[in-house]
Design a protein around this ligand. Structure first.
Ligand code: FAQ
Length: 317
């Protein structure tokens, strides 16, 4: 004789929370709250756009790299950033948004990208400084994202972090070479670049925790694991020590070790500048978006040809 057993109904919201609590991953076909999906699309798309727009400031120096060796490394780095964009766009697509939609939103100014890429690259020392400070800040933030609760994002971040740490090292190496073996003019160039990039790098971590709209909820969902302020402090503590090895001065007179806190104290960030850049009024915002949208339009025929080719292949097989 068989008995019919009714399984107790599992509330999908409870299952979602149980997966998060158990430190397991949410996967594309799992039920998820709409706000979780929206937050991920916002953050991952913004991150993907940053990687791709971030190619522009460095591409500016590929044709002017001082040696063939440096040129090859810089080209590889810029290509890596395109690859990071691809992993991230693919991760965002698993949440139900298309790549075309993300591009449209970016080009229309409705999607953000990191504030840092709206500053100009004025000398070769900027290439070293971007690697050291910008990739350094990016990796400080991204190490925690490897443990993000959304599986495709977390797995993309594991691959990206491996490459970012190489990027940071190559930047430091450019600066060390200029500082140790360079002329006085080259050392001044490094100091000037560090003066310009230091504060914008600190802004990459986002507003102070008290002003951050998303941190609390994103941490509850285990998308973010560490707050903006804690990551910024971690970055400063690490970077001050590295600046001593390089022999550069960080442009903050309030920077000093606080024995009691066990951290470096630092000066006030210019949040007016940050929000102006985020809202589209930084030195390079217009140019960056114009270049990006122009490249998208110029590449339309490539996308059309690729799609036509794959449609034909499907018909043949
Ligand atoms: N720029 O509530 P929160 C790289 C916005 S990749 C512009 O704290 P959340 C590699 C934020 O979207 C660099 N906007 O936000 C590379 C929100 O506005 P919304 C990119 C910013 O998301 C190196 C509002 O402010 N990395 O560098 C910025 O919890 C070299 C309130 O902020 C990532 O995207 C900003 N800096 O925390 C490539 C990492 N900060 O969206 C080439 C992933 C905040 O409501 C060369 N993202 N906002 O309109 C994250 O970890 C987070 O999204 C944060 C912001 C930490 C960026």
């Amino acid at each position: 004789m068989t008995t019919t057993q009714t399984r107790p109904e599992v509330d999908p919201a409870d299952l979602f929370q149980a997966i998060i609590d158990a430190e397991q991953k949410i996967e594309p076909h799992d039920w998820m709250p709409d706000a979780y999906r929206k937050t991920l699309i916002r953050q991952i798309a913004q991150h993907a756009h940053s990687e791709v727009i971030g190619m522009q400031p460095e591409a500016n120096w590929i044709s002017r790299a001082p040696t063939l060796h440096r040129k090859a490394i810089l080209m590889a780095k810029v290509q890596d950033e395109a690859g990071h964009g691809l992993y991230l766009y693919a991760a965002a697509e698993t949440l139900g948004i298309t790549r075309d939609e993300m591009m449209e939103l970016l080009h229309a100014g409705k999607h953000k990208y990191s504030s840092i890429f709206n500053y100009p690259t004025l000398s070769w020392a900027d290439m070293g400084t971007i690697g050291w400070l910008v990739d350094g800040a990016a990796i400080t933030n991204q190490v925690m994202l490897q443990r993000a609760s959304y599986g495709p994002y977390s797995r993309a971040m594991v691959r990206i972090c491996k490459e970012e740490s190489f990027h940071q090292r190559q930047g430091f190496d450019i600066l060390l070479t200029m500082m140790m073996g360079g002329s006085e003019a080259q050392r001044e160039m490094v100091q000037d670049a560090v003066n310009r990039w230091w504060w914008p790098s600190l802004m990459m971590f986002g507003p102070n925790d008290s002003e951050s709209t998303h941190t609390e909820q994103s941490m509850a969902w285990k998308i973010k694991r560490v707050s903006n302020d804690d990551l910024r402090q971690q970055f400063i503590d690490m970077t001050v020590e590295q600046s001593k090895v390089l022999g550069v001065t960080l442009p903050d007179p309030d920077l000093r070790w606080n024995e009691e806190r066990g951290h470096y104290d630092f000066g006030e960030i210019d949040w007016d500048e940050f929000w102006a850049v985020v809202k589209g009024n930084g030195p390079m915002n217009r140019e960056r978006i114009e270049n990006k949208a122009g490249a998208w339009d110029d590449g339309a025929w490539v996308r059309e040809a690729a799609l036509a080719h794959s449609a034909k292949k499907r018909r043949v097989s």
